[in-house]
Design a protein around this ligand. Sequence first.
Ligand SMILES: NC(=O)C1=CN([C@@H]2O[C@H](COP(=O)(O)OP(=O)(O)OC[C@H]3O[C@@H](n4cnc5c(N)ncnc54)[C@H](OP(=O)(O)O)[C@@H]3O)[C@@H](O)[C@H]2O)C=CC1
Ligand SMILES: O=C(O)CCC(=O)C(=O)O
Ligand SMILES: [Mg+2]
Length: 428
Amino acid sequence: MAQYEAPQSGEKITLNNGELQVPDQPIIPFIEGDGIGSDIWAAAQRVFDAAVEKAYGSKKKIEWFEIFAGEKAHDRFSEWLPDATLKAIEEYYVAIKGPLTTPVGGGIRSLNVALRQELDLFACVRPVRYFNGVPSPVKRPEQVDMVIFRENSEDIYAGIEWEAETEEAKKMIRFMQEEMGVKKIRFPETSGIGIKPVSKEGTERLVRAAIQYALNHGRKSVTLVHKGNIMKYTEGAFKAWGYELAHKEFRDQVFTWRDYDEVKDKHGVDAANQAQSEAEAAGKLLVKDSIADAFLQQILTRPAEYDVIATLNLNGDYISDALAAQVGGIGIAPGANINFESGHAIFEATHGTAPKYAGMDKVNPGSVILSGVLMLEHLGWQEAADRIYRAMDKTIGQKTVTYDFARLMDGAQELKCSEFATKLIENL
Ligand SMILES: NC(=O)C1=CN([C@@H]2O[C@H](COP(=O)(O)OP(=O)(O)OC[C@H]3O[C@@H](n4cnc5c(N)ncnc54)[C@H](OP(=O)(O)O)[C@@H]3O)[C@@H](O)[C@H]2O)C=CC1
Ligand SMILES: O=C(O)CCC(=O)C(=O)O
Ligand SMILES: [Mg+2]
């Protein structure tokens, strides 16, 4: 059974009245990750340490504490996700991780999803912004400045599903047909079955976090993205509960499209623009909604109209990678999994283990580095965070980049993953 030795020096982060108390030498657990995990983690850790030293001299320092999940855990302890890993994150509050492999179609369930569910890290927060000079497939990538709040604890990711032709799948199908009057399973003999739970509490805590974030950061709007026309009692309920929550808890600070519905006949097709200007005139946050398919085309054609996005788990997964592509790809897309009530958080890149590049010292460490920047901001270490942001801007501006950007940029110098980190450190 896995048991870990915490570092001898450093102190624990604690929680007091809902506020994180961060010592000058916090112990921070990290999971290196599978595939490209070891390449990007080695690069990122050097950047974090250098930025903290540059910002605070010897006054502050992170004491790193390696904990295990995925292949490294399996090799050492014959467990994919040891209890000791979950306990360490619970005890130390803030952790950072590399990507972990999930087999497709069978085998173990996602360890990434398991970490989020076990620790109830209900919001996956993924900011998407543009860095000058990054090659992008769209004309105006600088108009993309969004923060995705992806629900992280329910939806189809709950993992409630049964493989086609098993006893369990047959039993579920029989139950639905005989007791629930379901007639629309097209090929019942060979259907696999999956269940999509979406709750009022789950929706409320996610939408609350998104609205609170938007208000605290002076953002213009929160868009509830859903496919509620088709999945009425899950995605449709998400939209309805989201608006209800906005009205119930933020009445004086928001203007919603639901308010506007009442007077919409007056403005016809201009209803949405009218709502936006009314919200702006009243100095309020606009809460609106969009159906997921239309939303995916509008973020390409009219990205400036979207700001904070609150959405369910699967939509959020797709939207994260699509938006990341607009600003240069998942090589620089950061993320954080947070429980805003318990204070627990795991920071991680949006991308996966990119197995074909594992061990080649080739990929962009930008995503995990920017995830670390979110972590430094979460700790209140803004100076160190700002230094890394500025260094990222400068390094990309100098056209010294990893393969993913170099292949799309004229006149760029291609650096290895470790060399990119070294360049960032020079530019801190
Ligand atoms: N949170 C997590 O830990 C996640 C884990 N996964 C897991 O990762 C595994 C692989 O998934 P896959 O679908 O291939 O997705 P990946 O995100 O791992 O890779 C897809 C492609 O994205 C590009 N890419 C990914 N990371 C980087 C990087 N750091 N720098 C530059 N480019 C990058 C590469 O593009 P190109 O080929 O164009 O160079 C790569 O081939 C699966 O087991 C999946 O379940 C997936 C997502 C998240
Ligand atoms: O857990 C996985 O393997 C995939 C997770 C994922 O795609 C994500 O976190 O965005
Ligand atoms: Mg994903």
